[in-house]
Design a protein around this ligand. Structure first.
Ligand SMILES: Cc1cc2nc3c(=O)[nH]c(=O)nc-3n(C[C@H](O)[C@H](O)[C@H](O)COP(=O)(O)OP(=O)(O)OC[C@H]3O[C@@H](n4cnc5c(N)ncnc54)[C@H](O)[C@@H]3O)c2cc1C
Length: 430
């Protein structure tokens, strides 16, 4: 159709107005946020023929920074299936550490672990390791390189979305540079302070945990044998998560004041505070890479959708890292939204239609709210020294640790194998 005919059709025939506008879109799907979930979603959707534009406020060089900054993710087995499905796992698996066992213990700094503990061994399920530890310095560049290579994806870096406007046929975003882009659907993958959500009038529920996570990686003398440890300490949990070689990732939560003081210390003093919490089971250890701090809060969007808008990842749910499930929940959003949109396309539906987006919300809302409540409750139950609660949780851990069916349920949960799994998380094609 020539532009002239199109213009004529636009004036004479209102239904064709929609077709005209849809044709004038810059892409099918606009994704704001090129962190981790944004690129994963873009790759999944581009594979089913969608033209996707990913916009991120940070310049590409900063997003891709290859220095080791100590950040790592415990990715559930099902999350690694999605990475396989979008074609990036083969480039990551060589640097990923399988998580074979998880040990959970109650303790106080310097006192050693309590005799009550839970031990989850992957050998109790058939699917394989519960998951893999993947370092941020590997995951981010692999995702960004895959975006660059895909013909269906356009990346805009160093561009901030400042406004968005939806109408019956599409959504237009305006960048700080003044440029405007149009698509049929806008997906907010812009993190826990999501501007996409705010501009759409989506409110949030949340609170500050009064805790800051101290994050680093350590190199130790003895092998970790693929075992992840979670120690519950009164000021907050300490996770020791296995990385490749004799290295572990540390996520150590303290009160804001404690964390501020500890982080300001010299490396030697920092390690001397960590040592009594860490214990001696891995021998002597030293810092490997930089130290980071993250203030911890809950931030749950009260809706996952608005007209022609969907929220994914931390934009939808920023949770406590106590169970290392934040990114895994985002990956579940990615897999569910990609499947809902793919099925809608196959049925000939408009991917931005309210009925389509409601299917996504219905699928993910309960799961996300349950995760937020569970991590919140665990943190409150374990991050204190109340003798009654201490006794109750130690007895609870003893019971779970000794009941094979409960143990297996926990292992399946950690591996992400429970619930209504989207196809990509089952290892199937979209
Ligand atoms: C201490 C700690 C440990 C953790 N450990 C684990 C773990 O072991 N396992 C796990 O599953 N999860 C873990 N998490 C959670 C995980 O880090 C997050 O869930 C994940 O990083 C969220 O990714 P995202 O892509 O949704 O958002 P983000 O990574 O926050 O990305 C958002 C992106 O949006 C961009 N952006 C924002 N606004 C705009 C705008 N207006 N215009 C353009 N771009 C914009 C930003 O530049 C950014 O790149 C942990 C979190 C913390 C704090």
């Amino acid at each position: 159709m020539t532009p002239k005919v199109a213009t004529q059709a636009r004036m004479d025939n209102p239904p064709q107005l929609a077709i005209f506008r849809a044709m004038s879109s810059d892409c099918d799907i606009l994704i704001v946020g090129g962190g981790l979930n944004g690129p994963a979603l873009a790759l999944a959707l581009a594979e089913v023929g969608q033209r996707v534009t990913v916009i991120d406020a940070l310049p590409l060089k900063r997003r891709k920074s290859s220095g080791f900054d100590g950040r790592s993710y415990a990715m559930a087995l099902t999350s690694t299936r999605l990475l396989q499905g979008i074609g990036v796992w083969d480039d990551l698996v060589g640097d990923a550490q399988p998580m074979l066992d998880i040990k959970v213990t109650d303790g106080r700094a310097g006192e050693g672990p309590s005799p009550f503990f839970m031990h989850f061994d992957h050998a109790e399920i058939e699917e394989g390791p519960m998951g893999y530890m993947v370092e941020d310095r590997h995951l981010r560049p692999v995702l960004l390189d895959a975006l660059k290579k895909h013909k269906g994806i356009k990346q805009l870096s160093g561009e901030t979305v400042v406004s968005q406007e939806t109408d019956a046929t599409g959504v237009t975003v305006t960048l700080a540079s003044g440029k405007a882009l149009r698509g049929k659907l806008l997906v907010g993958c812009d993190g826990r302070g999501s501007g996409t959500a705010t501009r759409a009038g989506i409110t949030r529920t949340g609170w500050d945990y009064g805790q800051t996570a101290l994050v680093c990686a350590v190199e130790h003398e003895r092998p970790h044998h693929g075992i992840a440890h979670q120690f519950f300490m009164p000021p907050g949990p300490l996770a020791i998560l296995p990385l490749t070689g004799n290295r572990s990732s540390i996520v150590w939560s303290e009160t804001h004041d404690n964390a501020r003081q500890i982080n300001a210390m010299s490396v030697e003093d920092y390690l001397s505070v960590l040592r009594p919490r860490f214990g001696s089971f891995l021998g002597g250890f030293s810092l490997a890479g930089e130290r980071f701090t993250y203030p911890l809060s809950l931030s749950l969007a009260n809706s996952l959708v608005a007209p022609r808008i969907a929220l994914v990842g931390d934009a939808a749910h920023g949770v406590h890292p106590i169970a290392g499930q934040g990114l895994n929940a985002g990956v579940r959003d990615v897999a569910a939204l990609a499947e809902v949109l793919t099925d809608a396309l196959r049925r000939g539906e408009d991917i931005g239609a309210a009925a389509v987006l409601t299917r996504y919300q219905t699928w993910r809302r309960f799961d996300n709210t349950t995760l937020a409540l569970a991590t919140d409750t665990f943190n409150r139950l374990f991050s204190n020294d109340n003798p009654v609660l201490r006794t109750l949780r130690d007895v609870g851990m003893g019971i779970v640790g000794n009941m094979p069916s409960l143990r297996r349920a926990f292992i399946r949960e950690a591996a992400g194998l429970t619930g209504d799994l989207p196809r990509l998380l089952k290892g199937q094609k979209l």
